[in-house]
Design a protein around this ligand. Structure first.
Ligand code: SAM
Length: 274
């Protein structure tokens, strides 16, 4: 047997140990990126082979937390892909406006920037009062940051540009206060979003959603897990509800593709069929 095949067995054994010990199942994460992350952790832990991680992770929860941080790439930003947000405002907001009350689920929201970006635009469209926004992630550290709504002021220029490109009509600075080198979103926005833990691999549906946004998460999943999660979204969305994935993600090759109409392939915006 080749050494690379043996390393695969080590990785499978490591993932099995993690599933049984911590109830996190990574077996259907895209293998190549999973391997890169495990290698990253091996370097940080000064280890050489995946099997050496098994006792460390089994007996030390902190090492598992470091594994989770390595794996959950929480890279995000305000108005990531501004044209996507513009598309939301122009084509989805008018439909949301026809409902007296509507629900939005941001799955895999990381540290929350995307959810605040949307809340600001809903506020400007006069829709925030009617929106119930849930934003979830399986990384509790990210969720804690999101709940606080405090971000480094370093990126505020980029955020402001994104806000304007997305169709922002006022000043981005109207929505936060400055605290030394940080910004803090206003209470109205923070109170409009419910941040919570939710693991797409094992947790249940969020019922009756008008809009589900799950961007830049599917890239980490293999096709089986993508199909599984799409099914979860299909069950969570109301009839004619919207589904938005990341710009590099599509439902085109999924077994659920016929359940959704494509509104924008470039921005990966779909609408559940009747
Ligand atoms: C690259 S970030 C994307 C953040 C944001 N949606 C965006 O597009 O900027 C990917 C997020 O997916 C989350 N994630 C990965 N697997 C998950 C799972 N099984 N359940 C919930 N969240 C998950 C990670 O913790 C991370 O915060």
């Amino acid at each position: 047997m080749e050494l690379t095949e043996i390393a695969e067995i080590e990785i499978d054994t490591l993932l099995d140990a993690i599933r049984r010990r911590y109830d996190y199942d990574f077996s259907n994460y895209a293998r190549s990126s999973l391997k890169r992350r495990i290698n990253g952790l091996l370097i940080k832990e000064k280890l050489e082979m995946p099997y050496q991680l098994i006792p460390r992770i089994l007996y030390d929860e902190e090492v598992f937390n470091r594994f989770l941080s390595e794996l959950s790439v929480t890279v995000t930003e305000m108005y990531r892909d501004p044209e996507f947000f513009r598309n939301l405002v122009e084509s989805i907001f008018p439909v949301l406006n026809t409902y007296p009350y509507f629900k939005i689920w941001h799955a895999g929201c990381a540290t929350g920037e995307e959810a605040y970006s949307l809340a600001v635009l809903l506020k400007e469209a006069g829709l925030l009062d009617r929106a119930k926004i849930y934003a979830t992630d399986y990384n509790n550290k990210s969720i804690d940051i999101a709940k606080q709504g405090i971000y480094s002021a370093e990126n505020v220029e980029v955020s402001n540009k994104g806000y304007l490109k997305a169709g922002g009509m006022h000043r981005f600075s109207d929505y936060y206060t400055n605290h030394y080198d940080a910004i803090k979103f206003n209470d109205e926005l923070r109170n409009a979003i419910t941040f919570a833990y939710h693991n797409l691999v094992k947790d249940g549906v969020f019922g009756e959603m008008n809009l589900i946004i799950c961007r830049n998460v599917f890239i980490y999943f293999d096709s089986e897990l993508q199909n599984y999660v799409l099914n979860l979204f299909n069950e969570s969305a109301i009839s004619k509800g919207f589904l938005c994935l990341g710009n590099k993600e599509t439902i085109r090759f999924s077994i659920l593709k016929d359940k959704f109409a494509t509104l924008s392939e470039g921005n990966s915006i779909y609408r559940k069929k009747d």
